[in-house]
Design a protein around this ligand. Structure first.
Ligand code: B12
Ligand code: SF4
Length: 460
């Protein structure tokens, strides 16, 4: 055995809507699989699933921690705890990538960008006490100074990576995963101003070999989770590839579970693809409509318009595919009226569920650079960077208005009268209870937990 490596995905602080359907990101499960093959003993803690056993962690030779912006405060806290044990700490993930200097205040090493090869090289350098300056993508400290090696090129051949290894995860609660995650591509050719994906994974569209994806689907069919969730940021960018994948799923009799994915609206333009999606049990699509304000769509560089959004909703519904419509409020073009026009639009078009988020200037995005240079970001408590909190000064409303009206908008969409109408249409009682009561309950609980935050905004 080469040594014991513990990998930790930290969770966001406090009460968070996403805690109710916790899913792991795939990075640590991939890095863990690679390390295991190389002879390391590996354990992965997904903090949303189980508490970290520090007695176990204390036996590690190296600890790796994965960060998002909202989970970085907890990642830093864990890092401090582990460093007290004298164990080297490595950080990676989007937040550490874009805030490497900050992350180095808490960790010994930061790996920026994709971590599969860099982590292996770093472990070898640490164990041989070899030079660190050759490890591309690595940030580290030398004689008190922070050093940033050149960026590492993206992984070119995704097929050289193993499948994510879920057996490495501590605690068997993971067996209850609501969705089996599968990522079939990396990168996105678009360049939306609020998104970190292209900075992290590039604008090239890197695809996996269809056979290896089918193998992963076949494995997912054998576990207990009822759904498959394709984690790709733009699953249908190459429609021919998507059609081949779905056709092969049918041919090989792999259509066992319902599945969901994240498309752009152009998915709905291809009738043949929609038919195949229907036949392969596509159940839910999480679609980034983002806004029904044309100026905001421009501000986000979204390259789509309202007519296309309407057409997308209609065509997906014609094919019995449920839509989780994602909207972002608070661009420099949005007013309170935009928020309420969006609620009216969502109700009128009959989208099944909504994610109405407050714009977040995530480090690494164009919007972060713009707002930061304009000194409009007044809150850098990263735990609030989750789409539920206003952390910057909007242009056409106050921070408090943006906060309050967004939460009211969500309540209005999930209100009992609106949902009762849909329920009377065709849905089950369980669906109605889940959709309306459960969400309204969560929002109430969230508001209670965030009273001080509201008070802080009111006084701005
Ligand atoms: C699946 C997913 C989810 C799932 C599961 C989330 C989870 N467990 O955190 C759900 C739906 C619940 C979700 C929710 C949210 N998500 Co989300 N999600 C994703 C998505 C689509 C895929 C994640 C994934 O598996 N990627 C593939 C793997 C291979 O990448 P990876 O895990 O990042 O790991 C690689 C590198 O980062 C690095 N690495 C990562 N960790 C480490 C650690 C070490 C030690 C090393 C060396 C390297 C390393 O190496 C890995 C391999 O190359 C990403 C987009 C994306 N393409 O990543 C967004 C993404 C992660 N989500 C994002 C956000 C903002 C959110 C939310 C706040 C919701 C929102 N308002 O948008 C919540 C917060 C969730 C939370 N944890 O509290 C942002 C994060 C931006 C940021 N800077 O924080 C992303 C990047 C999307 C975006 N548009 O920018 N999400
Ligand atoms: S929001 Fe979606 S379409 Fe836009 S850059 Fe990010 S992943 Fe691509």
């Amino acid at each position: 055995m080469k040594g014991k490596i513990t990998l930790i995905e930290s969770k966001a602080p406090g009460f968070n809507i996403f805690s109710f359907f916790p899913l792991p990101r795939l990075g640590l499960l991939l890095i863990g699989a690679i390390l295991k093959k190389k002879g390391y003993e590996v354990k992965v803690y997904i903090q949303e699933y189980c508490d970290i056993d520090y007695a176990d962690v204390s036996r590690s030779d190296v600890v790796g921690i994965s960060t998002l912006t909202s989970t970085s405060p907890e990642a830093y806290r864990i890092a401090e705890e582990v460093k007290k044990m004298g164990i080297p700490v490595v950080m990676g993930g989007p937040h550490a990538t874009f805030m490497a200097d900050e992350a180095l205040d808490h960790a010994d090493y930061v790996i920026r960008g994709e971590g599969e090869d860099a982590f292996v090289e770093l472990l070898e350098a640490i164990s041989k006490k070899g030079p660190l300056d050759k490890v591309l993508g690595l940030s580290y400290k030398e004689n008190g100074a922070k050093k940033h090696n050149p960026d590492r090129p993206l992984v070119q051949n995704l097929d050289l990576l193993p499948l994510p290894d879920f057996s490495l995860v501590a605690n068997s609660r993971l067996k209850m995963l609501s969705h089996s995650p599968i990522q079939t591509t990396r990168g996105c050719p678009f360049d939306c101003t609020f998104c970190t994906v292209t900075q992290m994974f590039g604008r090239g569209y890197r695809v996996r070999n269809i056979d290896s994806i089918l193998e992963e689907i076949s494995l997912a069919n054998q576990n207990d989770s009822p759904f498959i969730f394709f984690y790709d940021d733009n699953f249908f960018f190459d429609k021919n590839r998507a059609k081949i994948l779905l056709e092969k799923m049918l041919q090989k009799d792999l259509v066992k579970k319902k599945w969901s994915a994240q498309p752009r609206i152009d998915v709905a333009r291809d009738k043949e693809l929609l038919d195949l999606m229907r036949r392969t049990k596509c159940d839910y699509l999480y679609v980034g409509f983002e806004s029904i304000n044309p100026m905001t769509l421009k501000f986000f560089n979204k390259k789509q318009n309202i007519e296309e959004i309407r057409e997308c909703i209609k065509k997906l519904h014609d094919h019995d595919i449920n839509i989780h419509a994602m909207f972002i409020f608070g661009s420099d073009e949005d007013t309170v009226q935009t928020i309420w026009e969006t609620v009216a639009f969502a109700k009128a078009t009959g989208v099944n569920t909504v994610g109405m988020s407050i714009l977040v200037p995530w480090p690494g995005t164009q919007i972060y650079k713009q707002f930061d240079s304009q000194n409009r970001i007044f809150n850098k408590e990263w735990g609030n960077y989750d789409g539920h909190h206003v952390v910057y000064q909007p242009l056409k409303m106050s921070p408090y208005e943006l906060q309050v009206e967004t939460i009211k908008a969500i309540k209005s969409f999930y209100s009992i009268p609106h949902n009762a109408r849909q329920f009377l249409g065709k849905k089950s009682l369980t669906w109605f209870l889940y959709k309306s009561f459960a969400r309204l309950f969560l929002i109430k609980k969230w508001e209670k937990a965030n009273r001080d935050f509201y008070a802080g905004l009111r006084s701005r």
